[in-house]
Design a protein around this ligand. Structure first.
Ligand code: BG6
Ligand code: MG
Length: 219
């Protein structure tokens, strides 16, 4: 049994439901190009960086754009639409059970961190009142390779000064589960098992979560 000393949370789709905002912004782009972009397609983009997501989206639509400047312009457009959503967020957007669980973890002396591929993570954390809540935050601005590369989680563990094998990760994306496992951490999926079958365990959400359940998740 792995001894857990730190818990690392993905942000989008785990702490807050921004995964739906990403989907809506990408879907708007696909609509403008005239092709269908389904929630199932969107699963492939979860946890992946903005520009890599754009490449996947364009390949789904069968669209080729060679110019890097043009790809950057389109990715920025998507980000503007996405930011319109996140700038309206409030602490009420924290997903059910998450805040209590985090407080529980802090009170029990677990270290807590955010490990996100997003370059908007700090904006979101400020909007929901979590800007100085975590012991460490690693976001898309601090990494050179996004999930499924383990860099983001290894950096979070290093900032916390905790060995990777003593970390538990909560993730809603298949790419994030792979990243956590490649980092040598315990990977807990949050959401539907069908999307997260590589996880060590899967929970539907945090509504029934408490610190006593950490041990169960390691077995
Ligand atoms: C991840 C999301 O957290 O961040 C992805 O799951 C997103 O969907 C990625 O593409 C990058 O986010 P941003 O905010 O930098 O465009
Ligand atoms: Mg996520």
């Amino acid at each position: 049994m792995q001894e857990i000393k730190a818990v690392i949370f993905d942000l989008d789709g785990v702490v807050v439901d921004t995964a739906i905002f990403h989907y809506k912004a990408w879907k708007r782009l696909a609509d403008e190009y005239g092709f269908d972009f389904t929630p199932e397609h969107n699963e492939k983009l979860k946890g992946i960086s903005r520009l890599e997501s754009l490449d996947i989206l364009l390949s789904i639509g069968g669209i080729e754009i060679d110019s890097i400047d043009e790809r950057n312009r389109i990715a920025n457009l998507k980000n503007d639409w996405y930011r319109d959503y996140i700038l309206k967020m409030t602490p009420n957007d924290i997903l059910p059970g998450v805040k209590n669980f985090l407080i529980d973890l802090k009170n029990t002396n677990y270290k807590i961190a955010i490990g996100s591929s997003s370059k908007n993570a700090n904006t979101i954390l400020e909007r929901i009142g979590f800007d100085s809540f975590f012991d460490a935050v690693v976001d898309g601005l601090q990494i050179s390779k996004s999930k499924p590369d383990p860099e983001v989680f290894l950096k979070a563990a290093a900032k916390l000064n905790i060995n990777p094998e003593n970390c538990m990760v909560f993730e809603d994306a298949a790419a994030g589960i792979e990243a956590a496992k490649r980092a040598g951490m315990l990977a807990i999926g949050v959401g539907k098992y069908e999307h997260l079958s590589n996880a060590d365990k899967v929970i539907p959400d945090f509504s029934n979560m408490n610190v006593l359940m950490i041990d169960n998740l390691t077995k």
